[in-house]
Design a binder for this molecule. Structure first.
Ligand SMILES: C[S@@+](CC[C@H](N)C(=O)[O-])C[C@H]1O[C@@H](n2cnc3c(N)ncnc32)[C@H](O)[C@@H]1O
Length: 285
């Protein structure tokens, strides 16, 4: 592994390689084997604020680690700076991992980073991650589709929940979204009320079940069940910095049955057959 220095203007060594890597929703066991292998071999890891402490602990000592979430991730000028760092380190000959929460291409701006790498002629690969959009509801016992309850699902961001966003972001077609069985709403903490109001105005019933999921898949996970009418009236209170996802639709009614049946320690359990394979198998078997 090389000693890593920040890229200097004027240097033109053979470029390194870049990887856009999904870290999953938080539970380190949801990191893929490929993601782990790539992280262990990198010179530099540029990571998001949402990548969990347990996953950051897997980055070997000596690898340069930068929290680019501190740059104010989400605003376009900061995204430009992240792109510059990513391209800059790789152009200087380093192998760079861009480690992102969930999947890099689901509300992760991974596409923009891929375009920046392609434009700069840097060789790169994408390592998919387990998206919070599916894994977080699952951890609460909510399947995003379910026979008889939901045949369609949409993943949306709460970011463009208000008409005031027109002109800066594409505003959602709420009438179209109101007709989809399950809505999984990302980045929901600050805009939950506006999201619920927009759906009600578009004709969705106030009785529609809603799950508010915070810190999904982590030991601090919190699940609150409510309905769309109450959400529009009362909103939610989520501590700043904690990730929050909403699930809206009839599938939420399964949470008490499936969620309650899940082992509290399900994250660390493995099927009995796997335990036998690893622990009880006779030598040479
Ligand atoms: C910038 S988006 C990134 C999504 C990510 N690329 C993915 O595929 O999961 C961040 C949003 O993902 C959701 N999220 C990520 N991790 C979460 C978790 N552990 N629990 C609840 N929501 C989570 C939240 O809605 C959060 O605001």
């Amino acid at each position: 592994m090389s000693t890593v220095e920040r890229p200097q203007v004027g240097e033109a060594p053979a470029p390194g390689h870049a990887w856009l890597v999904g870290a999953g929703p938080g539970d380190p066991e949801l990191l893929t084997l490929k993601a782990l292998r790539v992280i262990e071999a990198a010179d530099v890891v540029l990571h998001d604020r949402l990548v969990s402490r347990q996953i950051l602990a897997l980055i070997p000592t000596g690898v340069l680690r930068l929290d680019v979430g501190k740059l104010g991730y989400g605003r376009s000028m900061f995204q430009d700076r992240i792109n510059e760092l990513l391209v800059g380190f790789a152009a200087a000959g380093h192998d760079v991992v861009r480690l992102k929460g969930g999947d890099p291409f689901v509300f992760g701006r991974g596409g923009e980073e891929a375009l920046a790498l392609a434009a700069a002629g840097i060789p790169f690969d994408i390592v998919p991650g387990v998206t919070a959009g599916v894994a977080v509801p699952e951890a609460a016992g909510i399947p995003v589709t379910h026979r008889g309850l939901a045949r369609s699902v949409a993943f949306v961001t709460a970011e463009s929940a208000e008409p005031a966003d027109a002109g800066t972001e594409r505003v959602h077609d709420w009438a179209a979204l109101a007709s989809i069985d399950t809505l999984v709403v990302f980045m929901a903490a600050a805009r939950a009320t506006a999201t619920a109001s927009s759906l009600l105005a578009a004709g969705r019933s106030p009785a529609t079940p809603v799950a508010v999921l915070v810190d999904g898949t982590l030991s601090t996970m919190r699940t609150e069940l409510t309905d769309l009418g109450s959400l529009a009236e009362r909103g939610i209170s989520v501590q700043v910095g904690r990730p929050c996802t909403l699930v809206i639709g009839e599938v939420v009614t399964l949470a008490p049955r499936i969620g309650a049946a899940l082992s509290a320690a399900s994250g660390s359990r493995v099927p009995r057959s796997a335990r036998i394979a690893h622990a009880d198998r006779p030598a040479g078997g």
